[in-house]
Design a protein around this ligand. Structure first.
Ligand SMILES: Nc1ncnc2c1ncn2[C@@H]1O[C@H](COP(=O)(O)OP(=O)(O)O)[C@@H](O)[C@H]1O
Ligand SMILES: O=C(O)C1=C[C@@H](OP(=O)(O)O)[C@@H](O)[C@H](O)C1
Ligand SMILES: [Mg+2]
Length: 180
């Protein structure tokens, strides 16, 4: 799979972008980046701290800079944050520089997977279910418009999803060889 393009994962909080991205990269022997981890590493501060001090606007600026840098690499797997698709500039970079995979899950699964995690500031003030439903309405069309492939993550574990992505990407990249 030398000719495999960059793979960019988009989707909502708790879809499994960070977890599945790491497995996918290992499976394909590719470098793995997570834009949130990279932002935290560079700032020396965690995401809640950045939201507290710089607000969501400050975080989105850092996120765009990071996506610009990381999508400029070659042959990588990149897990983005759930809000990366909000900016048109990010959507363009993702679309132009690789194959974009939308990891879809249900709000019910998002709630289960994010319940104990305090590292997602947008879920800390208010009713998480309402917040996630409102986000879904706004963002689902953006994930769909940005992606080449939609993969469900609500009914199977991370490893099984990563394997499905490998199969489908191979088909997408080289349909003739896969049918041989
Ligand atoms: N397909 C899956 N099945 C079950 N649990 C999952 C799945 N994908 C992710 N998880 C779990 O959900 C939580 C959030 O996953 P994470 O990778 O951080 O999501 P994201 O980066 O999309 O917000 C983690 O505890 C992870 O182990
Ligand atoms: O949906 C969002 O706006 C966000 C999702 C988070 O990433 P995950 O989707 O990896 O949880 C993180 O970037 C930040 O808390 C904002
Ligand atoms: Mg993540």
């Amino acid at each position: 799979m030398q000719d495999l393009p960059n793979l960019f994962l988009v989707g909502p909080m708790g879809a499994g972008k960070s977890t599945i991205g790491r497995l996918l990269a290992a499976e394909l022997s590719r470098e793995f980046y997570d834009s949130d981890h990279e932002i935290q590493r560079r700032c020396g501060a965690d995401i809640p701290w950045i939201f507290d001090v710089e607000g969501e606007a400050g975080f989105r600026e850092r996120e765009q800079q990071m996506i610009e840098e990381l999508t400029g690499k070659e042959a990588v797997v990149l897990a983005t944050g759930g809000g990366a698709v909000l900016r048109e500039a990010n959507r363009r970079m993702l679309r132009e520089r690789g194959t974009v995979i939308y990891l879809y899950t249900t709000v019910e699964q998002q709630l289960r997977r994010t319940a104990k995690d305090r590292n997602r500031p947008l879920l800390q003030n208010g009713n998480p279910e309402e917040i996630l439903r409102t986000m879904f309405t706004k963002r689902d069309p953006l994930y769909r418009a940005t992606s080449d492939l939609v993969v469900r993550t609500d009914r199977r574990g991370p490893r099984s999803v990563a394997n499905e992505i490998v199969r489908r990407i191979k088909r997408l990249v080289d349909p003739l060889k896969c049918n041989a």
